[in-house]
Design a protein around this ligand. Structure first.
Ligand code: ARG
Length: 563
C-alpha cells in the first residue's frame, strides 16, 4: 500500500536523524498542494522538545537528500505550522498502479491475524410484512459483511428473526378465532390477520391480555401453539427469504429469538451474580457512575416468568460465544435501539459473558420521504418492500422510452442499484431523504450513473487486447488524478472497515466513476496513434473497470448487461 511505503521511507529517514518513532502518512486534505501528507511533526516536537517547524524542516531536508528522493517524489515541502507535504513522482505512481493491475485484490495487504465477526442484521419480524424500515438493516449489514470478508476476515451472518414477540401471540389468537387449520395459514392470510389483530389489541384490553398469554404459553412450549408457530415461521420466513434474495442479502444462519431459548438456563447461570430481584422480576442493574443520565436496569425476566427481548439477545450471545468464539459481534439495527444494546453490552461485560469479544452497535438513521418525514405510502403506512420495488421500477421506466425494452433481470439490477446507492452513500447514522426520482437519474450521485459509467468503460475495452506492461508516463492532470484515486482504494476500504461505514466505500466508488468520466470526456483515447500511450490509457481503464466491479459487489450492486 502506498501510504505504508511512504511511512516506511519516512521512518528510515527520521531514524537517521535520531528520532525513533512511527509516523503516519495520509491522503492530503488539500489536493491542490500535494498528494499525501504527514502531520507527525507536532508529536515529534513534543517528544524531542523542539518546535514542529525545526523538526519538520530537518525531516524535509533529509528526505530531499535521500538517494530515493527522485524515484519517489516530484516534490516534498514543509508547510507551516507542522506539515510535510508530498507530491509523488510518476515513477512511484506507476509502480503502484502496476502492482494493482497484477496482483489479486489489487495488491491489498491481508491481515496477519484473521478475526471472526458475527454480524447480526436484517432482523425481520415473523408474521409482519417486511417494509421500508427493514431496508437499511439489510443493506448496511450485508455490505459491511462483504467489506469485512473482502479484507480477509471471517464472517458469520445471522438474520436474527424477531419470531417470539407479541405479534406471534396475536396471529395465533386470530387463527384460533377464525378456526383455521394449519394448512390454511398462507401468506395472504397472515398479511390480512396481523394488522387486524394488532389494531384489535389496541382497542380491547381483554384480547391484548389473551395474546400476551398465548405468547407466554408458546414460549413455555405449548404444543398446539408450537405447531402453528412453526407453520407461521415457515410461511413468513420464506417470504422474507424471497425479499432478501431480491436484494442480494444472504445469511449463514436463519436463527431467530426463539432459537435462543434452549440457551437461557446456561446464560442465567453465567449472569447469576449480577441478577437481582425487584418486585418479583429479575433485573440486571447496568448504570455506571460515569453516566450523565442514569441507565435503567435491563429486565431479564418478568414477574410472570416471561422472558424478554434482552433475554433472547443475551442467550444468543451465549450461544455465539460457545459456537463461534467471535472476536467481534456487530449489530446493525435502528438507532432507536441503542439503549437496548447498551444495556445488553453492559450486562455482558459485567458478567464476563463475552470476555475479550467486542460488541458493537451500528445504529441506523431513518429513511424519509421527500416531505422529510418517515417514508410512507399515500395511505400513511410504511410501504411494503414489493410495492416499493414496483414504484422504483415504474419511475425508472418512465424516464426514457428505451428503458421499457430492457430485460427484466437488468431492470431488477437497476432497481437495486437505485435503492442501494441512495442508501449507502449516506453515513448510516444519519436520516436521509429517499427521493426516487432523483436517485433514478443517470446523472448525479446515483446508482444508475455509476452503472452507466461502468458499461461505457466496458464498451471502450471491448475487443481490445492489452499489453500488461504500462509505461512510466503520466500524460496530463485528469490522468494523474485518476491514477492517484486508484491508489487510494486500500485506504478507503480500510477506513470503511475500521469506521464500520460502507458510505466511505460508496464515496470512493462515486469519485472513481466521476474521474473516469471526466478523463474520458477530455481525452480521446480512440483517436490515439501513439501505441504506448493508447495501451497505457486502456490499461488504466481496465483497472478502473475491475476496481469498480469488485467494489460495486461490496455495496451489493450487480451490473446489468445493457442500460
Ligand atoms: N427484530 C428487531 C426489530 O425489528 C431487530 C433485531 C436486531 N437484532 C438483535 N439481535 N436484537 O426491531
Amino acid at each position: 500500500m502506498i501510504t505504508k511505503k511512504l511511512e516506511q521511507f519516512l521512518e528510515e529517514e527520521i531514524q537517521k536523524l535520531g528520532y525513533e518513532e512511527k509516523v503516519r502518512v495520509i491522503v492530503s486534505n488539500r489536493r491542490e498542494l500535494c498528494d499525501y501528507q504527514c502531520d507527525d511533526c507536532f508529536r515529534l516536537a513534543k517528544i524531542y522538545h523542539k518546535s514542529p517547524m525545526e523538526i519538520g524542516n530537518r525531516i524535509v531536508e533529509a528526505i530531499q537528500n535521500s538517494p530515493k528522493y527522485a524515484e519517489y517524489f516530484k516534490e516534498v515541502t514543509f508547510a507551516n505550522p507542522g506539515f510535510i507535504n508530498m507530491t509523488l513522482s510518476d515513477t512511484l505512481i506507476n509502480q503502484q498502479v502496476r502492482c494493482m493491475m497484477e496482483k489479486e485484490k489489487f495488491g491489498m495487504e491481508m491481515p496477519s491475524k484473521i478475526d471472526t465477526y458475527v454480524l447480526d442484521y436484517g432482523g425481520a419480524n415473523i408474521a409482519k410484512p417486511l417494509h421500508v424500515g427493514h431496508l437499511r438493516p439489510a443493506i448496511v449489514g450485508e455490505s459491511m459483511k462483504r467489506i469485512i470478508a473482502y479484507m480477509g476476515h471471517k464472517t458469520i451472518s445471522d438474520v436474527h428473526l424477531g419470531d417470539y414477540g407479541l405479534q406471534i401471540g396475536q396471529v395465533i389468537y386470530g387463527i384460533l378465532k377464525d378456526q383455521k387449520q394449519v394448512e390454511e395459514i398462507t401468506l395472504e392470510y397472515l398479511e390480512d390477520i396481523y394488522p387486524k389483530m394488532s389494531s384489535l389489541c389496541k382497542e380491547d384490553e381483554f384480547v391484548k391480555t389473551e395474546c400476551a398469554n398465548i405468547t407466554k404459553d408458546l414460549q413455555d412450549g405449548n404444543l398446539e401453539y408450537q405447531l402453528l408457530f412453526q407453520k407461521i415461521k415457515e410461511v413468513s420466513g420464506n417470504d422474507c427469504k424471497r425479499l432478501y434474495d431480491y436484494l442480494g442479502v444472504s445469511f449463514d444462519l436463519w436463527n431467530g429469538e426463539s432459537d435462543s431459548y434452549p440457551y437461557i438456563p446456561a446464560t442465567t447461570e453465567v449472569l447469576k451474580n449480577i441478577i437481582e430481584v425487584s418486585e418479583g422480576a429479575k433485573i440486571i442493574p447496568v448504570s455506571e457512575v460515569t453516566d450523565a443520565k442514569e441507565l435503567p436496569p435491563l429486565i431479564y425476566q418478568k414477574s410472570n416468568g416471561a422472558y424478554l427481548y434482552a433475554t433472547t439477545d443475551l442467550a444468543t450471545i451465549y450461544e455465539r460465544m460457545e459456537k463461534y468464539h467471535p472476536d467481534y459481534i456487530l449489530y446493525v439495527a435502528d438507532s432507536r435501539q441503542s439503549l437496548h444494546f447498551e444495556q445488553v453490552f453492559r450486562a455482558c461485560r459485567k458478567s464476563g459473558l463475552t470476555k475479550n469479544t467486542k460488541l458493537e452497535f451500528l445504529g441506523l438513521g431513518t429513511i424519509n420521504g421527500t416531505d422529510g418525514k418517515p417514508f410512507k405510502t399515500r395511505s400513511g403506512t410504511a410501504p411494503k418492500l414489493d410495492a416499493l420495488f414496483e414504484q422504483i421500477k415504474g419511475i425508472f421506466l418512465s424516464q426514457k422510452e428505451d428503458n421499457k425494452d430492457m430485460e427484466e433481470e437488468d431492470i431488477d439490477k437497476i432497481v437495486n442499484a437505485i435503492l442501494k446507492f441512495a442508501d449507502l452513500q449516506n453515513n448510516r447514522e444519519r436520516d436521509y431523504i429517499f427521493d426516487i426520482r432523483k436517485f433514478s437519474n443517470v446523472v448525479g450521485k446515483t446508482g444508475p450513473y455509476i452503472l452507466y459509467t461502468f458499461l461505457r468503460i466496458q464498451k471502450i475495452l471491448e475487443s481490445v487486447s492489452l499489453d500488461s506492461n504500462i509505461s512510466n508516463h503520466i500524460y496530463n492532470e485528469d490522468d494523474r488524478k485518476l491514477r492517484l484515486h486508484l491508489l487510494e482504494l486500500e485506504a478507503s476500504l480500510n477506513s470503511a472497515l475500521k469506521e464500520r461505514l460502507p458510505s466511505l466505500l460508496a464515496d470512493y466508488i462515486y469519485t472513481l466513476a466521476l474521474l473516469a468520466n471526466t478523463f474520458y470526456q477530455n481525452n480521446r483515447i480512440q483517436g490515439l496513434t501513439d501505441e504506448v500511450q493508447k495501451n497505457d490509457w486502456l490499461s488504466l481503464f481496465n483497472l478502473t473497470k475491475n476496481v469498480l466491479k469488485e467494489m460495486l459487489n461490496l455495496i451489493i450492486i450487480d451490473i446489468p448487461q445493457f442500460m
